[in-house]
Design a binder for this molecule. Structure first.
Ligand code: GAL
Length: 386
């Protein structure tokens, strides 16, 4: 056999083998947290650090598309979208925001870090708006920026608009006098590790340091209130403190109104939702890809005061959030005041094999309760205990 024929034969053989090895689509009727989850094409769902957005009775799941191996911790592809009517079975809607190849100076150049994308809809402009945590190529986690992309269609394509550090030249509503004092030169020059600080965030005055250039923004979520006002909630001040920042009416920038919450508590992976007129927060501590105990909190207004409620998880592995980290809390359509906790079980050695941990949320008065289930379905939420 000549070389060319041999190559053709080998290619043909592997193509046929590949087609036969594809899993046939599975029809799901339940959630199995931590198990492999296939899409409508029999391919494993790839939407990490995700959020779900409901539009015209369809759910859209947006998340980070990861690849195999440690390179998958950086953005090699972009943001992946799936749609579903029942939350169990997901249709692949493709990559809706692509990283940019062949231009390493682009804000979303291939190999940058693009995490925790979230999409909301602006009724006034009729645009779908995506925000995400962005770290510029080659700068590790030092840039701490937010990216914005927009589309006329929920399933994209999303056009990258800009990246920024929020609230440049703006003081928060709850600014302290100490923040308006001069910042020490060594604090100005230092990039801290993001997991601890050599002093309290207020005495170091990280807020004041970043006032002229904009505040750091890493792990993030979006929340739209009943009055259509939208909020960007992100880990700021070297991860030490969360900021809750109102977005402009078109959702494309910040209005300049914001507060600092959980000061010095190093909260990450924020998720915010509203129940019975109260605002709830779930997040994590700050230990990178490694799991830690979840945090929760409640407030009468998005502007606080936020009262911490402790770890919402109970039972075995509750001190490690069942080996996962929060990413979103999903209100279920047609089941009033019922919510699903969504989290990621990260796998930094092989990020494509990160798993999804979805659990039903229960409440005891104000307290959120999260308990492990190997398998559960939406009827579980009908019997939720108050
Ligand atoms: C986590 C964060 C992830 C990712 C990771 C990198 O704390 O929640 O989104 O940024 O750190 O180490």
């Amino acid at each position: 056999m000549k070389g060319f024929q041999l190559i053709t034969f080998v290619l043909f053989f592997f193509t046929i083998a590949f087609l036969f090895c594809q899993e046939s689509p599975v029809l799901y009727h339940s959630f199995k947290p931590g198990q492999i989850w296939y899409d409508n094409n029999g391919i494993i769902i790839n939407a990490h650090g995700g959020g779900i957005f409901n539009h015209l009775d369809t759910y859209y799941w947006f998340g980070e598309h990861k690849i195999a191996g440690p390179a998958g911790n950086k953005a090699q592809v972009g943001v992946h979208c799936y749609s579903s009517k029942d939350l169990y079975n997901w249709k692949d809607e493709g990559i809706v925001l692509h990283v940019v190849e062949n231009d390493s100076s682009h804000d979303i150049a291939k190999g940058c870090i693009l995490e925790r994308p979230k999409v909301i809809y602006n009724r006034k402009t009729k645009k779908f708006v995506m925000w995400f945590h962005l770290e510029l190529l080659g700068r590790d986690y030092r840039a701490a920026r937010s990216g914005v992309a927009v589309s006329d269609n929920v399933t994209g394509p999303y056009k990258f608009l800009k990246s920024l550090r929020p609230n440049k030249d703006q003081w928060p509503q709850n600014v302290l006098d100490i923040h308006k004092k001069p910042v020490k030169e060594d604090v100005k020059k230092t990039a801290y590790s993001g997991g601890s600080l050599p002093g309290h965030t207020d005495s170091l005055n990280i807020l004041g340091r970043d006032y002229p250039g904009g505040q750091m923004a890493r792990d993030m979520t979006l929340f739209v209130d009943d009055d259509e006002k939208a909020y960007h909630i992100f880990a700021s001040e070297e991860n030490s403190t969360l900021h809750i920042a109102e977005l402009s009416d078109d959702y494309l920038s910040h209005s300049g109104k914001y507060i600092r919450v959980f000061v010095g508590r190093f909260m990450e992976a924020p998720a915010v939702f509203k129940r019975q007129g109260k605002y709830y927060f779930i997040g994590s501590g700050c230990t990178g890809w490694a799991p830690n105990a979840a945090r929760s909190s409640v407030a009468p207004s998005i502007w606080g005061p936020w009262r911490e409620l402790g770890n919402p998880c109970i039972g075995p592995d509750s001190s490690l959030t069942f080996f996962s980290q929060s990413t979103f809390v999903l209100p279920v359509i047609g089941k009033k005041e019922t919510f699903i906790f969504m989290a990621d079980r990260w796998n930094p050695q092989n990020p494509i094999d990160g798993r999804y941990i979805w659990l039903p949320m229960k409440f005891q008065a104000d307290r959120i309760i999260l308990e492990w289930f190997d398998e559960w379905d939406l009827t579980f939420l009908d019997s939720k205990k108050e």
